[in-house]
Design a protein around this ligand. Structure first.
Ligand SMILES: Cc1cc2nc3c(=O)[nH]c(=O)nc-3n(C[C@H](O)[C@H](O)[C@H](O)COP(=O)(O)OP(=O)(O)OC[C@H]3O[C@@H](n4cnc5c(N)ncnc54)[C@H](O)[C@@H]3O)c2cc1C
Length: 174
């Protein structure tokens, strides 16, 4: 059997493993998935529906764990050794691989505005971000979204659904 390690358990890492598992009918591959988030993959595209009442469970894409797949959550890959073909994780796990996939997605760009790291300032990408925004909204009356793109407007609507007066600050004229 060959060992595939996938770093990242977002939508793409999940889809890859699902497709491989379906096609690998002669059981050539064993897969180990390492994801730093505290839960298995979920529908990030539908993240805003969390504020319309969808739960983390509703958004879940399902757990791929099984005889041919090990999934480790809350586990950040910290190093890859391409000579020894191993991945090291923050908890000290060392995972050997024959093939390695980096499905690590992206992180929100936070402009270097003074104060961006103060309490009550959040990005909008994970279920944990939404939980933190919900906690910050308790007792608040207004919220500001920096960035008026698609996600900014989704975030502004989320603030409205949380009962806040929402303001959007956008650089572009529209
Ligand atoms: C609110 C919102 C709405 C969106 N709406 C749309 C939409 O309508 N249409 C659309 O096409 N796209 C949309 N997107 C974008 C879409 O969600 C992303 O393109 C998609 O999730 C990318 O999937 P991915 O698996 O490549 O990356 P991600 O979803 O970012 O997953 C990567 C995973 O890898 C993990 N990871 C990163 N580094 C490590 C490491 N070192 N060790 C372990 N794990 C690691 C991350 O924590 C993450 O869980 C939206 C995004 C958001 C946030």
């Amino acid at each position: 059997m060959e060992e595939l390690v996938v770093i990242g358990n977002g939508m793409v890492g999940h889809r890859l493993v699902e497709a491989l598992r379906d096609r690998d009918t002669d059981r050539r591959w064993h897969v180990t998935v390492v994801g730093e988030e505290p839960r298995t993959a979920y529908d990030r595209v539908a993240l805003s529906s969390y504020f319309d009442g969808a739960s983390a469970q509703d958004l879940s894409l399902g757990d791929l764990s099984g005889p041919a797949v090990d999934v480790h959550v809350s586990e950040r890959a910290t190093a890859v050794d391409r000579v020894r073909r191993t991945v090291t994780t923050a908890s000290g796990r060392e995972l050997p691989y024959d093939r390695l996939v980096l499905a690590t997605g992206s992180t929100p760009f936070v402009p270097p505005i003074p104060g961006h790291d103060l309490p009550g300032c959040h990005v909008y990408r994970t279920i944990e971000d939404l939980e933190a925004i919900t906690a910050s909204a308790r007792g608040a009356r207004t919220g500001v979204v920096v960035g008026g793109g698609l996600l900014g407007l989704e975030a502004a609507n989320a603030l409205r659904l949380l009962g806040l007066e929402a303001h959007v600050v956008e650089l572009a004229p529209t």
